[in-house]
Each structure stands twice: as structure tokens, then as C-alpha cells.
Design a protein around this ligand. Structure first.
Ligand SMILES: Cc1cc2nc3c(=O)[nH]c(=O)nc-3n(C[C@H](O)[C@H](O)[C@H](O)COP(=O)(O)OP(=O)(O)OC[C@H]3O[C@@H](n4cnc5c(N)ncnc54)[C@H](O)[C@@H]3O)c2cc1C
Length: 453
């Protein structure tokens, strides 16, 4: 049996981060991957969706051309070419990564699983690892609506393999994945209906932020049915798909289901190595990504401590720090993410709802994007900036920058939070004009207690 210093199971987003360092240390490394190298982000997540969204935005801006004095007599979506562009960008990414792996480590294509705490089986082969990293990510949760077995439903992988533009896309799930696909396909000219079981889309956000997202999407003629309890789905001989919910039935051409993710831990035979997990299958780790078995680490989405590429990459840094006796911790990071509808919603730290739930005394400051010069110049005035400040020490505890450029502007607030800056330091910062970021120092002039909001 071949022996390695390190075996990495799954090529999730921290692979690049940790491999570079381990290779510098001349470690003997094996990498096991059951599917396309690069994991969800590159193949079925961030990269292809943001590439698709870029095409959709082009269509949207052409559609709005006359508002900017540009007359366009006609245009149409060439869906084959849209997907060609998506595929070319994601294929390029995975190709480069695969070539790098094959050049630098022993690469084992196939499903890896534990035989014991040091032995991994891949397609009948066994390899030994002194240290093992589980980096297997998540997959779409399979729905259990009555009738689903007879319906050709799509998850995020399936929808990115479509050859034809859906004439009417039905989406069950009004969260991040559902909303991004909804707007992209609507802009490419599909009719779109979203079914969301809670009263709000992106229901973990503050209600007024959810309402802004809803109005942006409804303005683009996306149908959103909230408090929709889906009873069943069905299909007819004409291939049309129906979603039956308590308020009626909607029939469309394609069905996307985005109702959450589950960890890729079921096939790993964790029990053979004594690795603990929670009742949803997320692998239990300490603050350094170490599992209940000290020489086995779990990084990325599979440990349930994050659900983003940047959290997975940070786990990689925490892991390297743990190996070298450093002090990086998962709990050091402040949650941050963006919802890439257009305009984007970018978030960092706590929402107002979370601040209230945690009894944190706070002040809130808001500014409408409609008052931001750069947004007016671009005629993209939808959205709101909202920042929460800790009443006792003036540090920032959370922010939402919902509007044009928000996905970039949030970085300055994240940095201020990481550095523990008081909001007055941001107020004193001079920022180039005309940008959306230049308004952040001015937002604080509206700081008030929550009762006044
Ligand atoms: C539609 C969509 C859009 C997204 N957009 C964003 C975004 O804009 N920004 C963002 O930060 N995040 C986004 N995400 C989330 C992001 O993709 C993940 O959080 C990110 O990929 C981190 O995952 P990971 O590194 O833990 O593992 P992954 O990237 O999921 O990789 C895990 C790898 O392990 C492999 N594997 C699984 N089991 C085994 C096994 N037993 N043996 C061998 N290999 C195995 C899998 O094939 C996969 O290649 C999106 C996700 C989706 C689904």
C-alpha cells in the first residue's frame, strides 16, 4: 500500500491554498476526486453562475438601452452561445487545476472512503495517510414532494447543463441560489415563477432587505409566491411540469429545486475511522478544523461552519496555521457574503434581527441608494445601505450594502470590522468621488436608535 504524508479527499476550494504550502514542505501528497476537479465553485457554483449572470446583465442593459439614449431595434438570446461562454470559462478553470494536480501530486480519480483512520479506499485501491483532509463539500438536497420521482427536476448542476432556454422556469426555493437563477433566466427571456415556503424570500435577512429583493425581482416581472406550501409536483404527456401548492397550481416548462444543501459525508464511511458528525451529516470540528480524530481535518462546507468559497479558503488557512502551531481560528472570521442578483446584496456581520436576538445594544444608520450620486449617474438606484453600530463601543457589528457596487463596497466595512475600528474612523476617511463607497462615511450621520427607524 502506498503511503503519504497527507491525503486530501475532494478538491474543494481550500485545495489550492493548502497544496501550495504542503508542496513547499516537500510532503508526499495524494488527492482524491470523484468528479470534476475544482469542486462546486468552479464547476457548478460561483464561476458558472456569475458567468451566466454576466450574460443576463448584458441582455438587461440592451433591454434598457433607450433609457440611456441608445436605441436597439431588436435583440434575442442565443442560449447556445450563452452556455458556450459559461462552459469555456469553467472548463478553463478546471483544466488548469487538473493539470497542476497531475504535475505535483498523486492524483486518484474516484470516490474516496475510509477503511480505517489511516486508510482510504478508492475504486478498490488502498492508500495510507499520516494526515487526512476531508474536503468534500455539499450537494443539493433532494426534494421529497409527492410526484417528484416522475418529474425531470433540475438542481444547480442540471440547470447548468440545459441546452434550451426554458420558456417558463418554475423555481422551488426563494433563497440565494433560487433568486440568482431566477433573475438570470428572466433576463435571458424565460418566464419565471418562484415558490417560497416562508413569508419572505431570503428569509434569514431583515424583512425590509428581503422586501427590496422582492421588489427588484418583481419589477422585472418575476412571479414570486411566498408562504407557498408545495403539496406535490406532476408532469403531463406534453412534458409540462406543474407545481401544486395550497393556493393553486402553476405549470411551466422546467423545474429548478433549490431547497438547501447537504454535506457530502454519506459515502465516506466516517464510522470506520471513528469520525463524529452531527445528525445532518456535517463533520464535527474544533476551532482549528480538526475532527474528533486528531490527525483528520475537515475543511469547507462539509464541516458546517461556512457555506462559501471564502470560508472554505479560510478553513485552509486555519488548517495550515494548526499544522505550524499558529493561532488562526475559524471563529476569527466575521461572516460575509453576497447575493449576486443585480444590484447585489452584500452582507457582513449581524443583521438587525440577529443583533436583537443577541440583545446587543445598537444604533442603526441607513441611506437609500437613490440618494447616491454614482447610482443616479448609472441609473441603478434600487437598494439601501444599512449599517449597525455597537452602542457601547462605536464599533460596527453588521452591514448590508444592497445596491450597485455593493459586492465590492462591503470589503471596506469587513476590513473595518476585522480591525475593530470605531465608525468615526470611517467617517474621517476620504474616498474618491464619484463612487458608491464614498457614501459610506456619510451614512453614519443618520445613526439613530432602532426605535426611531
Ligand atoms: C449555484 C451555486 C452558486 C454559488 N455561488 C457562490 C458564490 O457566488 N460565492 C461563494 O462564496 N460561494 C458560492 N457557492 C458556494 C460555493 O460553491 C461553496 O461554498 C464552495 O465551493 C466551497 O465548497 P468546498 O470547498 O467545501 O467543496 P466543494 O467546492 O463542493 O468541493 C468538494 C469536492 O469534493 C468532491 N467529493 C465529494 N465527495 C467525495 C469523495 N467521497 N471522494 C472524492 N471526492 C469527493 C466533490 O466532487 C467536489 O469536487 C455557490 C454554490 C452553488 C451551488
Amino acid at each position: 500500500m502506498k503511503c503519504y504524508d497527507v491525503i486530501i479527499i475532494g478538491t474543494g476550494q481550500a485545495t489550492g491554498t493548502i497544496l501550495g504550502k504542503l508542496l513547499e514542505q516537500k510532503q508526499a501528497i495524494a488527492v482524491v476526486e470523484s468528479d470534476r476537479v475544482g469542486g462546486s465553485c468552479v464547476n457548478w457554483g460561483c464561476t458558472p453562475t456569475k458567468t451566466l449572470i454576466a450574460s443576463a446583465r448584458s441582455a438587461h442593459m440592451i433591454h434598457r438601452g433607450s433609457e440611456f439614449g441608445i436605441e436597439v431595434s431588436s435583440y434575442h438570446t442565443n442560449f447556445a452561445n450563452v452556455m458556450k461562454r459559461v462552459n469555456s470559462i469553467r472548463n478553463e478553470a478546471t483544466k488548469g487545476f487538473t493539470a497542476w494536480l497531475k504535475d505535483t501530486v498523486d492524483f486518484y480519480p474516484g470516490i474516496g472512503s475510509f477503511v480505517d483512520a489511516h486508510t482510504i479506499a478508492i475504486e478498490g485501491k488502498h492508500i495510507h495517510g499520516d494526515l487526512i483532509v476531508i474536503h468534500t463539500g455539499t450537494k443539493a438536497r433532494i426534494p421529497d414532494f409527492p410526484g417528484i420521482e416522475s418529474v425531470p427536476w433540475l438542481d444547480n448542476k442540471g440547470i447548468l447543463a440545459l441546452k434550451e432556454l426554458p420558456s417558463h422556469l418554475l423555481i422551488i426555493g426563494g433563497s440565494y441560489i433560487g433568486l440568482e437563477f431566477a433573475q438570470a433566466f428572466r433576463r435571458l427571456d424565460s418566464k419565471v415563477t418562484i415558490f417560497e415556503s416562508s413569508p419572505y424570500v431570503i428569509s434569514r435577512e431583515d424583512e425590509e432587505i428581503s422586501e427590496i429583493a422582492r421588489s427588484i425581482l418583481e419589477d422585472e416581472e418575476i412571479e414570486i409566491i411566498t408562504s407557498a406550501s408545495v403539496n406535490s409536483v406532476s408532469t403531463k404527456s406534453d412534458q409540462q411540469i406543474s407545481v401544486h401548492y395550497q393556493g393553486g397550481t402553476v405549470t411551466g416548462s422546467h423545474l429548478l429545486v433549490g431547497i438547501g444543501r447537504i454535506p457530502n459525508s454519506d459515502g465516506l464511511h466516517l464510522e470506520n475511522a471513528g469520525i463524529e458528525h452531527d445528525d445532518r451529516g456535517y463533520i464535527t470540528v474544533d476551532d482549528e478544523c480538526r475532527t474528533s480524530v486528531p490527525h483528520i481535518f475537515a475543511l469547507g462546507d462539509v464541516n458546517g461552519k461556512g457555506a462559501f468559497t471564502h470560508t472554505s479558503v479560510h478553513d485552509g488557512q486555519v488548517f495550515l496555521s494548526a499544522l505550524s502551531g499558529g493561532s488562526k481560528k475559524i471563529s476569527d472570521r466575521i461572516p460575509t457574503y453576497s447575493l449576486f442578483i443585480d444590484p447585489p446584496l452584500a452582507r457582513v456581520g449581524m443583521s438587525e434581527k440577529q443583533a436583537k436576538d443577541n440583545n446587543i445594544p445598537y444604533l442603526v444608520a441607513t441611506k437609500e441608494m437613490a440618494t447616491v450620486s454614482r447610482a443616479k449617474e448609472k441609473d441603478e438606484t434600487k437598494g439601501r445601505i444599512k449599517i449597525l453600530v455597537n452602542k457601547t463601543n462605536d464599533t460596527i457589528i453588521g452591514a448590508a450594502v444592497f445596491g450597485v457596487g455593493g459586492d465590492e463596497v462591503i470589503a471596506m466595512i469587513a476590513l473595518a470590522m476585522q480591525a475593530g475600528l470605531r465608525y468615526q474612523t470611517i467617517q474621517d476617511t476620504v474616498i474618491p468621488h464619484p463612487t458608491v463607497a464614498e457614501l459610506i462615511p456619510w451614512v453614519f450621520s443618520s445613526l439613530h436608535t432602532e426605535e426611531q427607524s
